[in-house]
Write a protein that binds this ligand. Structure first.
Ligand code: SF4
Length: 243
């Protein structure tokens, strides 16, 4: 059964949430101009935002990270997005030399050896390219939702980061059913892995399908305890890890 058939169930106030999200994107683009970017993981939530940007002709840059170890389905989606919407997505890659050094020193499977090595891999492949994507930006858009995990249960609609940059999470109060309802009614392209029980998709070595009844993010870093399951992209400085 497809992810659309399984999950598309809108909330009673779906239309109000949708109108609010579109208004937030439009206002943010007007306020920040070329200094705002949607940082997309190419997951279902981010596809909703990208579709809104395209549908409402919101003048906003879109960027993503190619860590070098993404699933082929994720890379295929990137190509499909650009063809479907005619949008240019800025693709940030880790610094080749840093990746070679990390892998030479720690091996291809370092992420399974310790939390420190897993976070070090995320730092090289994700955090550093994200830092460059956000360089000179005054605001960025994410697809974080409160429902995604206990760790994200308090995600605000907007927050000022320690560095002064505004982080907007316009889907914070959307449900998984809302996301898939939007995708269904707007025929939004999405990652084929979502149809194979991958609700949350990251790098290939660190993502697996989930079983019936498992948590939304059970397929991410499944060998770690629940409270370490963030790559640092969305961990607040107050919690001790650079965002
Ligand atoms: S998610 Fe896994 S493979 Fe990707 S950067 Fe983090 S540790 Fe490395």
């Amino acid at each position: 059964m497809s992810a659309v058939a399984l999950h598309a169930r809108p909330s009673d106030n779906f239309q109000a949430k949708l109108a609010h999200t579109a208004a937030v994107l439009t206002a943010a683009a007007a306020e920040h101009g070329s200094r705002i970017v949607q940082a997309t993981s190419l997951g279902a939530e981010d596809m909703v935002i990208t579709d809104l940007i395209a549908r409402w002709h919101v003048p906003m840059a879109i960027g993503t990270l190619n860590t070098g170890v993404l699933h082929s389905q994720t890379l295929a989606l990137l190509t499909r997005i650009q063809a479907h919407y005619g949008l240019q997505i800025r693709v940030m890659q880790p610094q080749r030399e840093a990746v070679v050094q990390f892998v030479t020193r720690n091996g291809e499977r370092a992420m399974y050896q310790s939390l420190e090595l897993r976070q070090a891999c995320c730092a090289v492949r994700k955090l550093e390219p994200l830092r460059r994507l956000l360089e000179s930006k005054t605001a960025w858009i994410t697809g974080l939702r409160r429902e995604q995990s206990d760790h994200r249960a308090a995600v605000p609609l907007s927050e000022q980061e320690a560095n002064g940059r505004l982080k907007l999470n316009p889907l914070a109060d959307w449900t998984w059913g809302d996301v898939w309802h939007y995708i269904a009614i707007n025929d939004v392209p999405y990652n084929a892995l979502h149809d194979q029980f991958f609700p949350s998709i990251g790098c290939a070595p660190c993502t697996r399908a989930i079983a019936l009844g498992e948590d939304f993010r059970a397929g991410r870093w499944w060998w770690e305890s629940e409270n370490t399951k963030e790559c640092g992209l969305h961990v607040r400085a107050a919690e001790g890890v650079a965002a």
